[in-house]
Ligand binder design. Structure first.
Ligand SMILES: Cc1cc2nc3c(=O)[nH]c(=O)nc-3n(C[C@H](O)[C@H](O)[C@H](O)COP(=O)(O)OP(=O)(O)OC[C@H]3O[C@@H](n4cnc5c(N)ncnc54)[C@H](O)[C@@H]3O)c2cc1C
Length: 637
């Protein structure tokens, strides 16, 4: 497999503008003749589908929810970054670019990250023009706050509902195109496989989740905007439906899967309370603007927080990282929380929690200011824990949240399969080994509104695509394979639910391939996942039938793919004998317990290639070259 990044020549700051002006265009009259499939209607998918249709392409958009508005993007709380420098605090395109490359621990592609920073300001203009109600200052300008890993305020927000408001903007744009007939929307339809004809992605096979009917759709190009796979851990901050199926099936058809082990554990989530839980709740990182993180200095101190005097508290992030304090990046904050809890200084039931305390901010700014900034988050916390954060500190602990890994893409956002694109969280993205807060929304919308609509034209203008229909042998073959997979699941008639398998897998992945990893643990996990997979194939119980609404069947298909992904994640984590960003290998750390990279051996993107059932995947490497930024040991002290 050849990994051609297709990064254009020229100075970093001029690459995108020049490239955009030079790539091939599709004649307006011909755009209508090109049919593009977009799978996913979250921020990445909805913005891409709307923009492509606005340009004149014929688009079909698919999602498994009953409405595009229910995509997981709606859950995003804290904000979206942009280098507008409204605060006049020294921000710039270069600084956003630099923060992102450094935050990702120098494991991302420079040219893509620079383009992202460059485009960021336009996203805010676009969304404001759509009517997205970003928070404003008294004088009417858009307001900003800070997120981890940066020293400027560049995060635009709509209270604690930024994703929801942005998605409503993208959804309106999408629905407009549905209204004028350029987008056909297929809700409650799950892509179960990709169809490749003559080496190019030419369509998908889907299952109608209401009737169970399996059908094919043909296109000139396929865009996967299907989100992240943190639910491999079972307990995560993601919506319950988030899964890996679309990109996993694409991987099995020839698209390389990059850096699968780079998974982000978010430091501020409501701690796990017991085995009954089916998901975890994020408390937005924006809270770290005003909340102070601490634990008691003494081990096993069970006094209520108000009874612990200042002198007996350890504001450990402020102590260890005075320059960034509570706003260190997520990987750093998560590891330090784990450390203090492992030392026996954690708080709350089970001792797996640290305090996020607003008392100082409330005293300084007043209760009403804090309520204005974070009102809905405080309310959400109180509803879940029955504790009021105005009166007592929140308790938080890290939880799986985001996946930097995903399908490998070139500068055009095309995968290693011609005609197959991956955007948003589904691609391996610009975040390297650790994403900075408020950068996922930025990336998804940059991909969907501003990058893909240009780059896909370059492909369509040049590809010589033969006429293909759903009666083509390749479609018939993939449909057969999909139906057989569904039947196999249904006929196992075992004794254990898909949910029980998923829970076991999640626990294993959290223990062995979670916040910290080591070689013996990863080897154990690889062996265990193989056993679990084997048991799943013969002992899963689903019930009901395929030609019907059957949510257990949906879940079973996703769990089956999570098992395969889990193996690849462990394999990737095992081969990467270094620590970088969120990938913390216990064997490779500095004396201070920070991630220790090995640029000489691992300064590359690991792009795994499927080589057939039962075979070991092949590792391909895209070397990372840094022409502008000089990789150094990250320091936030
Ligand atoms: C609780 C929470 C809060 C967050 N807050 C922030 C924040 O403040 N700022 C920030 O920048 N980021 C935030 N993030 C991250 C961010 O929300 C996501 O990375 C981003 O929204 C992903 O968008 P997406 O369009 O790539 O995917 P999604 O929004 O997950 O959309 C995926 C789409 O694909 C569809 N789909 C998936 N698989 C299939 C299939 N097989 N067939 C058909 N359709 C399929 C789904 O139906 C859906 O429409 C947060 C994440 C969480 C979990």
């Amino acid at each position: 497999m050849e990994l051609r990044s297709r990064v254009p020549e020229g100075p970093l700051a001029e690459k995108w503008e020049r490239y955009r002006s030079e790539i091939k265009l599709v004649n307006p009259a011909n755009k209508l003749k090109h049919h593009v499939i977009v799978v996913g209607s979250g921020l990445a998918g909805a913005s891409a589908a709307a923009s492509l249709a606005e340009l004149g392409y014929t688009v079909s958009c698919f999602c498994f929810q009953d409405s595009p508005r229910r995509a997981h993007s709606i859950a995003a709380q804290g904000g979206i970054n942009a280098a507008k420098n409204y605060q006049n605090d020294g921000d710039s395109v270069f600084r956003l670019f630099y923060d992102t490359v450094k935050g990702g621990d120098f494991r991302s592609r420079e040219a893509n990250v620079y383009r992202l920073a460059e485009i960021s300001a336009r996203i805010i203009d676009q969304c404001t023009a759509q009517g997205v109600p970003f928070a404003r200052e008294y004088g009417g300008l858009l307001a900003n706050r800070s997120f981890g890993g940066v020293q400027v305020s560049r995060t635009f927000y709509a209270r604690g509902q930024t994703g929801q408001q942005l998605l409503l903007g993208a959804y309106q744009a999408l629905e407009r195109q549905v209204g004028v007939g350029r987008v056909t929307m297929y809700p409650r339809t799950e892509m179960l496989d990709l169809v490749v004809v003559d080496g190019r992605a030419r369509g998908i096979v889907v299952r109608d989740l209401v009737t169970g009917a399996v059908a094919s759709h043909v296109a000139d190009a396929v865009v996967l905007a299907t989100g992240g796979y943190s639910n491999v851990y079972y307990l995560s901050t993601n919506a319950k439906g988030c899964n890996v199926t679309a990109i996993w099936r694409a991987y099995r058809r020839g698209a390389a899967f990059a850096n699968p082990c780079f998974t982000q554990i978010h430091p501020t989530c409501i701690p796990v309370t017991g085995h009954h839980q089916s998901k975890l709740t994020l408390m937005s990182e924006s809270l770290r603007n005003d909340g102070r993180i601490w634990v008691p200095k003494k081990k096993g101190d069970t006094r209520p927080p108000q009874q612990i005097p200042e002198a007996e508290r350890d504001y450990y992030l402020e102590r260890v990282y005075p320059s960034y304090g509570n706003l260190v990046p997520r990987d750093v904050a998560s590891r330090r929380a784990k450390d203090v809890c492992d030392e026996g200084r954690g708080v709350g039931p089970g001792g797996f929690g640290v305090y996020l305390d607003f008392a100082d901010a409330i005293a300084r700014l007043g209760r009403h200011v804090i309520a204005e900034r974070y009102g809905n988050l405080f309310e959400m916390y109180e509803r879940i824990t029955a504790e009021n954060p105005f009166d007592t500190p929140m308790r938080i602990y890290p939880a799986p949240h985001y996946t930097m890994g995903g399908l490998w893409v070139d500068y055009n956002l095309m995968t290693t399969l011609d005609g197959l694109y991956a955007i948003g969280e589904a691609n391996y993205s610009d975040h390297g080994a650790n994403r900075l807060g408020a950068s996922a929304l930025m990336q998804g919308l940059a991909d969907g509104y501003f990058i893909l609509p240009y780059t896909i034209g370059d492909y369509l203008a040049q590809a010589k695509l033969g006429k293909v229909g759903t009666d083509h042998a390749a479609f018939r073959q993939v449909e057969r394979e999909v139906s057989e997979r569904v039947d196999r699941l249904l006929t196992a008639r075992g004794r254990k639910t898909p949910d029980a398998f998923h829970r076991d897998l999640g626990r294993l992945m959290w223990d062995k391939c979670g916040m910290s990893r080591n070689a013996p643990g990863l080897k154990q996990a690889l062996a265990k996942v193989a056993d679990m997979r084997e048991e799943f194939s013969r002992n899963v119980y689903i019930g009901g039938k395929g030609e019907d609404f059957n949510q257990t069947l949906e879940h079973a298909g996703r769990v089956a793919d999570f098992f395969e992904l889990a193996e690849l994640m462990c394999r990737d984590a095992l081969h990467r004998e270094e620590s970088c960003g969120s990938h913390f290998r216990e064997e490779f750390q500095t004396p201070e317990g920070e991630a220790k990279r090995d640029d000489a051996r691992f300064g590359y993107v690991a792009a795994w290639e499927y080589t057939g059932a039962g075979n070991e995947p092949a590792l391909n490497k895209e070397p990372l070259e840094f022409a502008v930024v000089h990789p150094a040991q990250r320091s936030y002290a």
